[in-house]
Design a binder for this molecule. Structure first.
Ligand code: HEC
Ligand code: HEC
Length: 336
């Protein structure tokens, strides 16, 4: 089935690590990297929350509105559009309190199969509701709903988006989710390369891709086409966060987190669930050592990279960035 573009398929020597890569066999055929496997599908919208322009527009207004919670903090203040929908704090902060985890970027979140670093929400709508119900962002959803109902200017926007349906936790989350699903980066140099433009990325980046899919073993988890298998792994980041174990109750899942997607990753430092890595070079050193704590990760093993190889791998990761998404900050609805 694979290699429709024989001239574009990437010849690769299968080394020791090939055994680790059985999980991504769809991307391989007899030692050839199938570049077409990396092409992103279009974003799909769930049946119970199909796309509409009115919903996306309403979601955008809600996203920027600091009045939707007691602390006066909008989604955009943590997931900052000018900072690639994340921010530069290691861990998220609200009302003088430091939350346990780093604010993830919202770019390409539409493709995720679970939400939050530990995957505790199954849908984007549910993830957004959990923001109202906890995370110290809002005391509970009723508070957010009541605040939005009080802002007179929202009534016509909700009518346009949802007809007779009222302003509820459900409709608020649906509108926000519709907006968030539109935050995508799909046209990066890498994406142009896998679509056949040989000159879209540098030779250094191409060598970096060979390392990513070869000796460095990254593709085992950062799998095509999303650069994530959406599974949970212990990479041995030094933190006491139980991670996935809190969701499943299984000891084996201690300190496991969902593999993040990597498009736009060069722009979203700091990295990891704790935001403890400040640059891609630091992340690479982490992987070369097989984790922060040697031997702690059963799924990583240390490997060596020359300086040139590190530069190549970083050049490749940089080729995953498209231009920043520019959006017009909306005018907020009037209160009275
Ligand atoms: C105080 C900062 C803060 C605010 C405000 C905030 N978030 Fe978040 N958001 C976070 C953090 C931190 C996480 C990760 C939490 C975790 O994994 O436990 C997160 C996770 C998410 C995720 C999941 C991303 C993924 O990769 O799984 C989505 C989607 C999201 N937020 C959307 C929103 C929306 C929509 C709003 C506004 C209603 C919002 N956030 C407001 C800090 C914030
Ligand atoms: C065993 C699975 C696995 C392998 C192999 C792996 N990663 Fe990761 N990667 C993860 C997980 C899980 C995280 C999140 C860990 C955390 O937050 O503690 C992550 C995080 C990252 C991040 C930070 C992303 C962000 O938004 O914070 C980068 C960059 C990254 N990996 C690149 C790589 C590179 C480059 C390689 C190869 C050298 C690699 N990964 C190998 C699973 C893996």
């Amino acid at each position: 089935m694979i290699i429709a573009f024989a001239n574009r398929s990437y010849r690769h020597t299968l080394g020791l690590l090939s055994t680790l890569m059985l999980g991504v066999s769809a991307a391989w055929a007899g030692g050839e990297m199938n570049l077409a496997a990396w092409r992103l599908p279009p974003v799909s919208y769930p049946k119970d929350n199909p796309y509409s322009e009115a919903k996306a527009e309403l979601g955008k207004v809600l996203f920027f509105d600091p009045r939707i919670n007691r602390e006066g903090v909008s989604c955009a203040q943590c997931h900052h559009p000018g900072m690639n929908w994340s921010n530069d704090q290691a861990r998220a902060q609200i009302a003088g309190q430091i939350l346990p985890r780093h604010t993830p970027s919202l770019i390409n979140v539409a493709y995720n199969r679970s939400f939050f670093w530990d995957g505790r929400a199954d849908t984007l709508e549910d993830c957004i509701k959990q923001h109202f119900n906890g995370m110290d962002i809002s005391p509970d959803a009723r508070d957010t709903v009541a605040r939005i109902r009080l802002i007179k200017g929202y009534a016509p926007l909700f009518r346009k988006a949802f007809g007779k349906e009222a302003i509820t936790e459900d409709t608020i989350a649906k509108a926000l989710a519709t907006f968030v699903r539109g935050i995508t980066v799909t046209d990066t140099p890498f994406d142009r390369w896998v679509q056949g433009d040989e000159h879209a990325i540098s030779d250094s980046a191409k060598r970096g891709f060979a390392l990513f899919t070869g000796k460095a073993g990254c593709v085992k988890c950062h799998a095509p086409p999303f650069f994530s298998d959406f599974a949970f792994h212990q990479t041995g980041t030094n933190s006491i966060d139980p991670g996935r174990a809190e969701v499943t109750g299984r000891k084996e899942d201690r300190n496991a987190f969902r593999t993040p997607q990597l498009r736009q990753v060069a722009e979203t430092a700091p990295y990891m669930h704790t935001g403890q890595k400040n640059s891609l070079a630091e992340v690479l050193r982490f992987y070369q050592n097989g984790g922060d704590v040697r031997g702690q990760s059963l799924q990583l093993r240390a490997f060596d990279l020359s300086e040139q190889e590190s530069r190549d791998l970083i050049a490749f990761l940089r080729a995953l960035s498209g231009p920043p998404i520019r959006i017009q900050v909306p005018i907020l609805p009037r209160a009275y």
